[in-house]
Every structure is written in C-alpha cells, then in structure tokens.
Design a protein around this ligand. Structure first.
Ligand code: PHE
Length: 329
C-alpha cells in the first residue's frame, strides 16, 4: 500500500485538476452556464451543481480508498491494529472421503483418471455391453437432451474406464472419481447428483481372488482393521460374474443395529470381472487379458463412515454440519 498510495494520490489530484481546476471540464461548464437564457438557468443550474458534487464526492471517495482523507493528508491506516485473520474452512466430507478412497487405491498402484460429465451413449452404455432398449438401462436412467439422444449426463464413472481402455494398453490400473447424474427423486438416501469412485484393473491373469483381496484391503483401510467383507452375486451388464460387496457394520461390530438394519452388514459397492465383450469393444484382446472393476458411491461410504443418516445434508451447505469434519490441514 505504501508504494501504491503516492502514485494513486497523484492520479487523483490530476483528475481533480482536469475536472475542477481553473481550466477543468466542469469549470468550463460553469463558464458556458453564464451565457444561457434566464429560464434555462434554473434547471441547468441544478444539474451542473449535481455534477460538481458528484465529481467532488468521487474524489473524496478515491482519496479515502488510498488511505488519506479529503481534509488533511494524515494516513487513516492504523498500522498498529491487529489484522483480520482469514477464517479457515474445512474440507467437505465428500472430498475427504473421495481423497481417502483415492489415496488407499493409489497405494495399490492405481492412478487417477478423469473424464467428461457430459457424455455420449457409447461411453456410458453401449461400450459397456448395455444393448439398446435393454432394461438394465432403466437402472441408470439419466438426463438426455431432446435435440440429440446420443448426448447425456454420465450415470457412472465407468465411462472413464471405457475412455482409458480405448487409449491405453494393459496393464491398466485406474481409479476414477467424479460426479454422476441419475434421474432419481431426491430423498434421504438418493439424489439426482452424486459422486462415485470406480476402479479398473486389467492385466494378464487377473483373477476374482485378486479383486476380493484388493477390496478387503480397501475395506480395512477405510473402516478399520477389524472390518470384514462379504460378496453377494449380482448383475451388471459390464461384468461377469458380478457381485455386491458388504462390509461388516463398524457401528455395532457386526452384532446388528439400526444403521445396518440388524443384519450386521452394510452394502458399499458393486464389482465384477470385466465382461470380455467390454474388453473387445474397447480394443483390448479378451483372450489375452482379464480384469476386474468396482464402483462405489462417495456419499454412501461417507454416510457409513461418519454415521450421517440423511444424504441431503451433503448438498445443503449448512456450516453447522460441514464444520464437524476434519479441518483443512
Ligand atoms: N457402474 C456401477 C454403478 O454405477 C458400479 C460398478 C462398477 C459395478 C464396476 C461393477 C463394476 O452402479
């Protein structure tokens, strides 16, 4: 500020002279005013007085803003005053959990891959083995535009996995965080916008056992060393076989409580061995390579980890909620 003020003050003074000085523009208007007819004087007089006041006020304002008042040249800047501390925020719980998921998988050699939220049918559905008109598309209804039904908002970040397979050669080990969209009514457990982290591992001889071990490692790192997982058969068009993964409820230690609906287990993700059709559709030789994929909702993992019972809290930006999570650093 000290360096800036003298220069700014000189500029303000220059402006004052240009407007209100002897040969100033406003002064010139007053000169012309002398020549107008008596009946015009009344109205014009008021207007040019307003102009002069406005210019004077502007000058005062500018002077005040560079730390000096109009009437004297003593600085109003009190250097002895304590500074205003910047209030430090906290990271959003969804960012915390997303970062943690990414960090855990990065220890297993996964690298982050990202992709667009506005996608086309190929990357969200058809390359992932969803035939046109297949009912599995209804499980992930999304938002289309009327003009071009090929353009849509991605329903899962599996689209990033397709983009990765199209452009990279195995071995592939990617983790894909991102925002996804589904045509869902908003409730305590669903939202039309949410976040996912999905993963993909492709190499020679990748087995179901590799997948199970990787997910168990993740569950223990995320929910605690004592966590167990179980897998239930499930269906996804892009994986075969497919499974739903449950983690033992860390609130009751598996004994059963409200949160796990007295089952002792909480559903955390879907997974499966990548369907050979998907590998072939993305230009990877399915005879040579195999792989597994998994995907989880960040809101869901965060709800389980922090015991949050209403998903809408994540989107309301209420500081009473947000400030309960770890601080930035
Ligand atoms: N893409 C699936 C979903 O959004 C999750 C998933 C990913 C399941 C990878 C299996 C394998 O529901």
């Amino acid at each position: 500020m000290e360096d800036f003020a003298p220069k700014a003050m000189a500029e303000i003074e220059e402006f004052r002279i240009r407007m209100l000085g002897k040969k100033g523009e406003v002064t010139a208007v007053f000169e012309e005013f002398k020549q107008v007819s008596a009946e015009q004087k009344r109205e014009l007089g008021q207007r040019i007085n307003r102009l002069k006041t406005a210019v004077q006020e502007k000058i005062n304002q500018l002077k005040a803003s560079v730390g000096e008042s109009d009437t004297n040249n003593t600085p109003t800047l009190d250097l002895s005053r304590p500074g205003t501390a910047d209030a430090l925020g906290t990271r959003h719980p969804l960012s915390l959990v997303r970062n943690q998921i990414v960090e855990i998988f990065s220890r297993l050699g996964y690298v982050v891959a990202e992709g667009p939220e506005i996608e086309d049918d190929r990357h969200v559905f058809s390359a992932l083995n969803f035939p046109p008109e297949h009912p599995a598309r209804d499980m992930q209804d999304t938002f289309f535009i009327e003009k071009d039904p090929d353009i849509l908002l991605r329903t899962h970040t599996s689209s990033i996995q397709v983009r990765t397979m199209e452009t990279q050669k195995p071995p592939i080990r990617v983790i894909c965080p991102g925002r996804v969209f589904r045509n869902e009514a908003i409730s305590y457990r669903a939202h039309c916008i949410f976040h996912q982290v999905e993963g993909l591992y492709i190499d020679e001889n990748v087995s179901f056992a590799d997948m199970k071990q990787s997910i168990l490692y993740f569950a223990k790192e995320m929910f605690g060393e004592r966590s167990q997982i179980r897998m239930r058969p499930s269906y996804f068009p892009f994986t075969e076989p497919s499974a739903e993964v449950d983690v033992s409820c860390n609130l009751c230690g598996g004994k059963g409580c409200n949160v796990c609906k007295h089952t002792g287990w909480l559903e955390i993700m879907g997974c499966g061995m990548v369907d050979p059709n998907v590998l072939d559709a993305c230009g990877i030789d399915s005879k040579k390579y195999s792989g597994f994929a998994f995907g989880m909702g960040v809101e869901r993992v965060s709800m389980l980890k922090y015991g949050v019972r209403d998903l809408r809290l994540y989107f309301e930006n209420d500081l009473r909620f947000l400030s309960q999570f770890e601080s930035v650093i």
